[in-house]
Design a protein around this ligand. Structure first.
Ligand SMILES: Nc1nc2c(ncn2[C@@H]2O[C@H](COP(=O)(O)OP(=O)(O)O)[C@@H](O)[C@H]2O)c(=O)[nH]1
Ligand SMILES: [Mg+2]
Length: 197
């Protein structure tokens, strides 16, 4: 799979805009600011393909990236953004629910959490939601470059414990700054694509 051959197929605000579910698809979820756009840029070798936000909470579209006509990577709108109104929250939940439960071709859901922090209540809820939908947990722990080397293991363990991850979970430490985890992410996407294709 050529990771350099990518296009943003659509930024969708409603389900009828989604591309046909004819390819294996991997969705990324996480808090606003967790680093989803940064990860997409790092994996797809682009500087600012997915827009990296200075102001969290801006993205409320579902962005479909097509990789080499073989796989879709989908950037889901983030959660945990305090300034969102109740109405916006409901809209977000409906959008995600619809996507997770009905999307054809959806093969895996990857959750991003900031390695520096204990997962929030929203992170735990999202993790349970993904698992209830039948997806094995895949957790990318972002911003590793911001954690002291001596504290990485402890931070990772706290996330594993808080999310109650078992032996079926895949855990990938990641940094968009050092490139840590980029190859693992590519391998993961490739292997999911091969097992579904
Ligand atoms: N140091 C560092 N900063 C990061 C990393 N990933 C994301 N960020 C920063 O965190 C903020 C939010 O990132 P973004 O990718 O827009 O998060 P998103 O809301 O999940 O898409 C931006 O200021 C990024 O530059 C990382 O691995 N290391
Ligand atoms: Mg983003």
């Amino acid at each position: 799979m050529n990771f350099n051959n990518v296009s943003l197929e659509i930024s969708a605000v409603e389900s009828r805009q989604y591309p046909a579910g004819n390819l294996p698809e991997i969705a990324l979820c996480g808090r606003s600011n967790a680093g989803k756009s940064t990860l997409i840029n790092a994996v797809l070798n682009r500087r600012n393909f997915a827009r990296v936000s200075q102001t969290p909470g801006k993205t409320s579209t579902i962005n479909f990236y097509n990789i080499d006509g073989a796989l879709r990577v989908v950037d889901l709108p983030g959660y945990g953004y305090a300034k969102r109104s109740e109405g916006e929250r409901k809209k977000w939940a409906k959008m995600i629910d619809e996507y997770l439960t009905k999307r054809e071709g959806l093969s895996a859901v990857i959750q991003l959490v900031d390695m520096r922090h204990k997962p929030s209540a929203d992170d735990v809820t999202m993790n349970n939601w993904v698992r209830e939908c039948g997806f094995a947990p895949i957790i990318v722990m972002t911003k590793q470059d911001k954690v002291k080397k001596s504290q990485i293991t402890g931070c990772m363990q706290e996330i594993v414990n808080t999310l109650k991850l078992g032996s079926d979970a895949v855990v990938i430490p990641f940094s968009g700054v050092t490139g840590e985890g980029v190859d693992e992410m590519k391998n993961l996407l490739q292997s999911i694509c091969e097992s579904e294709g």
